[in-house]
Design a binder for this molecule. Sequence first.
Ligand code: MOS
Length: 681
Amino acid sequence: MTATAQGSVGAPLGRLEGPQKVTGAARYAAEYPQDDLAYGWIVPSPVACGTLDAVVVDPLQDAIAVLWHGNVPALAAVDDPELAVLQSEKISYRGQPVALVIADSLEAARRAAQTLSLSITAGEKPDTVLREDHPGLYTPETVNPSFPAESAMGDVDKALKSAYIAIDEVYSTPALHNNPMEPHATIARWDGDSLTVFDSNQHPSGVAATLGEIFGAANVHVVAEHIGGGFGSKGTARPNAVLAALGARVTGRPVKVVLPRQQMFSIVGHRTPTIQRIRLGADRDGTLTAIDHQATSQSSRLFEYAEQTAVVTRHMYAAPNRRTGHQLARLDMPTPRWMRAPGEAPGMVALECAVDELAERLGMDPIELRIRNEPAVEPESGEPFTSRHYVECLRRGAQRFGWSGRDHRPGRRREGDWLIGTGVAGATYPTMVQPSTARVRRLAPDRFEVAIGAADLGTGARTILAQIAADALGVPASAIDIKIGDSTLPVASVAGGSSGSASWGWAVTGACRALVASSSPEAVFDTTELVGKQGTAGRHAFGAHFAEVRVDTVTGEVRVSRLYGMYAAGRILNPRTARSQFLGGMIMGMGMALHEEGVLDPAFGQWVNNDLAGYHIPAHADVEEIDAEWLDEHDDQINPMGSKGIGEIGIVGSPAAIVNAIWHATGIRVRDLPVRLDKLL
Ligand code: MOS
């Protein structure tokens, strides 16, 4: 399609790199040819706790090197203890890298790794299971990234006691695993003191800084041109990057480390299981008088990652008496980390299912109940919303989905063996920006190069940045050469927290405007100061999810016949790529509701279904009718483009909409995800 000057933003431009990807020309981290390349294979710990005392290499195997804590150079410590790979005899979880075998071929490395003899002193019986009454539970100081762990207003207990109706339920969500199509992969090469790393990550600038610190290297070049998904698991450097660089340093050869799918279940961060207690008190007319959301989750021995599960409840609905809190247990398990909408996704499962249960008890339409409790300002901060069109999403979404006339009693619609039901749930995600710097150069009178160290996870980031630059320069998008995915470009923030387009787009807009205003051929713009002046309160995207399901009364199988999202997420920069982001989030929400679950062997601390045969995700056949639409929302208080984040909101609330629809179909409340068929029989 042709983009016209002053009109690129908002046009459904196809991904600029699309042809490269479909012809196989686009290079992913593991695909950069290197002379004299060696292959590294990570040896995972077979126990959840203990010490590694010795490693004996089978002399018949062709390993170039076997690295373990007994023979590797010391690395500088960084904030993330998980990156201190092979630095200690201590084993903190099953699957933790305890050695790296390097060989001339992948097969030789893997074979040598499999025949390695590890002398391990196993620890006591590992503590691997999160329970609501786990003796090790404590309240962390803050939750991810820096919210207070607790909040309280009014008198919740008193309000619950005197409420016309009170709900008190416990919801649980399982461990979920990041499975981007492209696994984590690194090729590392040293040229003297300079380190070049081809690495699949969401943050080239950040990964370069971290590796520089770990290896004391001033010159680190991270190339991350094309990324096959990340979901948060590639937000920071992972052990594969450190191991590849370490292996390359020791052997003097370029070393490639690609995680097999099985290792991704333990090394790259998973979504913590949660146990959440929700209490709601309401008047006869549905006005909430009390909200209490207490979340229990887990972290590892190595690292305190405290997920912000209940934070979302602080700004969703009005109520004078309210309380949120988080409890954490440190287990002999891998460290949970970011996975698409960490906090909001599991938190809204509990809150939005509980609101549905309250609607049932009140005999009220669940949409009306939500609208009745719409807050005028952000309930806990008292700050105004920069924009909030939640009610409009519910109303307009209901209209588009066809909600009116719904019989709110469960189990009333039946077609043959199938029970049919519909459900709704709210969606929200914080609107964030982070400091970034962009550079623009005039290459010719009608040709511009825009450069920023951003990462494109396949979402269309580079395309959107070209559109933003085109409008700021007053030229068509085809006049822009966009350079991203490289740490030698101007420093950019992580492709995470749904903040990429807003953060990078702001820097790009600034640089382009500066170029237009000057006569010089180049302009650089750093948003650090501007972003620093922004608060965080009152900035959120909203949405509403609707689901129609059919449940087979004979087998318990659930089919999602329709899934629909209506969003108010600021200005939509590119409707084609935005729609894909929304739909992707909703499909992942379907996985969360029905399919995905890390199954734990508690004796070993092992995720036993650690591949895509055992870990079920929605396939094409699971997705029937699905659509996403949005309101034309204008918000001039957030960034020059007026855009909010859209990468994560699709997975927030969509699982609850499905679970609520299952109740409507069957009358069965499943409060423990996923809704496997055995829970409906
Ligand atoms: Mo996302 S979990 O912020 O990469």
